[in-house]
Write a protein that binds this ligand. Structure first.
Ligand code: 26Q
Length: 810
């Protein structure tokens, strides 16, 4: 670790407070102090950024640009201190000033520029790229409003605006020297040149300006600082003047507001493709700004585009930035004058595409009519890409109209639509899924015809998470214990956790491991008390289900088991073997009725159970509001049981599953996403796998009748009847009928009924096993010891070697 000189730290803080905030240190608020410390850390980061940049430039390094409509970096002060290796020293300096660092860390607002898994994955990947000294940079949008803040009123989710300091955060460096110009709207004018060749010209477009802010991304060890570049939209002054001069003052102001609204808000859905024009404009805005910036950086040190794919890699985080295919072609052909064929070669060699979902409703398609209005030239280019592609398909597979139809970028029949996944696949040299089972489903179920055409293009990159944030920073107790036992090499080489395995026979280690978990549960119990006003027992089993609320993730199934357990105590007088606390957290998309109802149901059930003196000594239920990165950091270290119970085949990977297992929680899960690989690695005896498998669900779907399961299982019948009754909604009779009917009358698309009895049995086994404290601790240790594979460092090395061909520059 480089030693960073902190002798000027105090003085620099004082200067910041005095000359930026105009305050004496004794008058500074906690927020002022947070900003002061952060501004000093930011200076250190800037120094290393410049040094890093020189290193890359000198080596003429190939760079990777990670395009993502979402980034969820989480709080940055503590992460930066840890990665720079100055946390302890900084804490000590502050102590001499009577300042508690932990108080300051809590002042930081989570940047919420993402919904969930996809945005958080992007942030873990940036952490690993910097830690591995690799030239990898994030490109995203600087939304004014990130994901809404969730509050609960009478059991219902309310969405409140997230006022994140998108201009004043100490981590945002305004780059007023860089500006992007993004043409939008207008029309195509065909002209013929002297040779009589058709030359399309995009005319009458309007100009949006992209303003640039960078968030420095420090790697662990303090050697490398990369950056996350975020764009925000601004109507250009030229454009103002033009419309103002036309004399329609109000229309001019309206249009200006309309343009500046492009980066106003993050769409709050992670599972439903919103077909709104503004969303398409957002995607295009990100793509156009990014491509411009990438080419500008490339052209600083290179001439012509021959070397472009050897110096630049671009990764598309899902299809949201898939317009990059068309935009890169447009810039190469229309702006830089390349011929189509070489431009196409460059484009496909440069781009890689990661798929994150198989859910049909989440796959993006855009009406041709919207593209025609917003980006007419891109639509033309997409048509040309498609024309040439279909030629190729017809050559390879003559007379096969089915194939042409299934692989065409344009879906005919009714309103013509652009299939963004097809565009991304055709325009990339690599297509990857995010867990082994998911990548197999991409090949065999989602786009089997593309797989037949280009088998070499498809690959798997199982997701990973950064151990810096998810163990070192979130779980200092566990980190300290691990480091004491095996040294600190694990932080940047997580496979070393294997060396903990023999310690399961060391009774002192076992005891201390259990103590760490208990201490974390006490901390969590306090947070639960503060946020839900429910008192919970740290000696009860902490069973945590934390993730976006979605029917496929089956929070409903969890509730069914809770209600079943309640009825067992209440009606059958059967007491469980150990007390349990069921903990939920997660946001529902504002327009997702059943997800919001599920939150109400959890609260309704919690109300009845927690207030029943016969039941509440055994089970309690809490819903912690406003799940976000900083809350996850508090929840995960305190978990005994991790709920990963999605309907098999629907969760592409999951990443929370990895974080929980690393922190010693035992998984109750289905064979879905990366949970399959977690099970393989920790061993079936160290987690709880239950339920239908992907192929079983596929085979059953056609004839599945959820009523068969209800009629044949009196326990399930009883639970469903109670859900339909008004026991959990005395003040709003009937509201949960819709959830009941989704299962009973509308086919139970996610197989809750079919998996109910297996889930109940598994949960009962958990309770039994938990009573053997020693054995539980052993299995918990083995979860930590055997999940090193799920480090994002491993994932990034695979991407770097197989797809990006980038190297470390230490
Ligand atoms: C698309 C169009 C319009 C509006 C919104 C969207 C949109 C936005 C976000 C669609 C999907 C998302 C996010 C998806 C997501 O988070 N997927 C998760 O990705 C994780 C990382 O790979 C996986 O671990 C999860 O399994 C997957 O659900």
């Amino acid at each position: 670790m480089n030693k960073i000189d902190l002798s000027g730290f105090k003085a620099a803080m004082g200067q910041y407070l005095r000359y930026v905030r105009g305050k004496k240190i004794e008058d500074a608020s906690q927020k002022d102090l947070f900003n002061a410390v952060s501004s000093v850390v930011r200076m250190l980061l800037i120094d290393i950024t410049m040094e890093t940049e020189d290193r890359y430039t000198k080596a003429d390094a190939k760079r990777m640009h990670y395009l993502s409509i979402e980034f969820l970096p989480g709080r940055l002060l503590s992460n930066n201190l840890l990665n720079l290796g100055i946390e302890k020293e900084c804490r000590d300096i502050l102590k001499t000033m009577n300042i508690d660092l932990d108080d300051l860390l809590n002042e930081e607002h989570d940047p919420a520029l993402g919904n969930g898994g996809l945005g958080r994955l992007a942030a873990c990947y940036l952490d690993s790229l910097a830690t591995l000294d690799m030239p990898g940079f994030g490109y995203g949008i600087n939304y004014d409003y990130g994901l809404f803040k969730q509050t609960i009123m009478a059991g219902e989710q309310r969405e409140n605006p997230d006022f994140w300091p998108n201009r004043s955060s100490p981590w945002l460096l305004a780059r007023s020297d860089v500006r992007c110009m993004v043409p939008v709207y207008g029309r195509i004018q065909g002209t013929e040149d002297r040779e009589g060749e058709y030359n399309p010209m995009w005319v009458d477009w309007k100009l949006i300006l992209g303003r640039v802010h960078d968030i420095p991304i420090a790697g662990f060890g303090g050697r490398t600082v990369n950056r996350l570049r975020l764009f925000s939209a601004w109507a250009s002054e030229d454009f103002d003047m033009q419309v103002f001069n036309e004399g329609d003052y109000f229309r001019a102001v309206e249009e200006k507001i309309q343009f500046e609204s492009i980066s106003k808000i993050l769409y709050p859905s992670d599972s439903m493709a919103a077909g709104r024009e503004l969303r398409l404009v957002q995607e295009y805005f990100l793509v156009a700004c990014s491509v411009q910036d990438i080419i500008r950086i490339y052209l600083k040190d290179h001439e012509g585009f021959d070397q472009f794919p050897d110096k630049v890699a671009i990764q598309l985080n899902d299809t949201h930035p898939a317009l990059t295919v068309a935009e890169l072609m447009r810039v190469l052909v229309d702006v830089h004058g390349l011929e189509w064929d070489p431009a196409w070669k460059i484009t496909t060699k440069t781009l890689g595409y990661t798929n994150h979902t198989l859910l049909p409703e989440a796959l993006e398609t855009w009406p041709v009519s919207i593209l025609k209005r917003v980006i007419p030239r891109h639509l033309q280019i997409i048509y040309e890409i498609n024309r040439r592609f279909i030629e190729l398909v017809k050559q390879r597979f003559p007379n096969n109209t089915r194939l042409v139809k299934s692989m065409s970028i344009i879906r005919e029949g009714g309103e013509q639509r652009i299939l963004m996944a097809n565009l991304a696949i055709i325009g990339s040299h690599s297509v990857n899924g995010v867990a082994r089972i998911h990548s197999e489903l991409v090949k065999n179920n989602l786009v089997p015809d593309f797989y037949r055409l280009w088998p070499e293009r498809f690959n798997n990159k199982t997701n990973g998470v950064t151990p810096r944030r998810w163990i070192l920073s979130a779980n200092p107790g566990l980190s300290g214990l691990i480091t004491e036992a095996i040294g600190d090499g694990w932080i940047s080489d997580l496979d070393q956790l294997k060396r903990l395995e023999p310690l399961v026979h060391d009774s002192v280690f076992l005891e201390r491991f259990a103590q760490v978990k208990r201490a974390n549960k006490i901390d969590l119990a306090e947070i639960i008390g503060e946020t839900t006003y429910v008192e919970v027992d740290p000696d009860s089993i902490f069973d945590i289900h934390a993730k976006r609320i979605h029917e496929y993730k089956r929070q409903f199934l969890n509730v069914l088991n809770i209600v079943h357990t309640y009825l067992k105590i209440k009606e059958d007088k059967q007491i469980p073997g150990a007390p349990r606390t069921f903990i939920f957290a997660g946001k529902a998309a504002p327009g997702y009725v059943n997800a919001k109802l599920t939150i109400r149901l959890i609260h309704g059930v919690a109300d009845v159970i927690n207030n029943d003196p016969e039941v509440s000594p055994w089970i309690r239920v809490v819903f912690i509001p406003d799940y976000r990165v900083s809350l996850a950091e508090a929840l995960i270290p305190g978990a005994d049981v991790s709920e990963q119970i999605s309907c098999a085949g629907m969760e592409a990977s999951g990443t929370g599953n990895m974080k929980f297992a690393m922190n010693g929680a035992l998984t109750v899960g289905t064979l879905d996403g990366a949970t399959v690989e977690i099970a393989e690695r920790v061993g079936l005896e160290n987690l709880y796998i239950f339920g239908l498998k992907v192929d079983e669900i596929a085979a059953m779907r056609k004839h599945y009748n959820p009523r068969d399961y209800i009629e044949n299982n009196p326990d399930l019948m009883r639970v469903m009847n109670v859900i339909r009754s008004d026991l959990f909604c005395k003040k709003d009779p009937g509201i949960f009928k819709r959830l009941h009917d989704a299962v009973v009358d509308f086919g139970d698309y996610y197989f809750n009924m079919a998996d109910f009895s297996a889930y109940v049995e598994t949960q009962n086994q958990v309770v039994t096993d938990y009573c053997n404290k020693k054995q539980w601790a052993e299995r918990s240790i083995l979860n930590t010891a055997r999940t090193g594979y799920f480090s994002s460092d491993r994932a990034i090395r695979e991407y770097a070697d197989d797809i990006w061909k980038i190297k470390p520059f230490p």
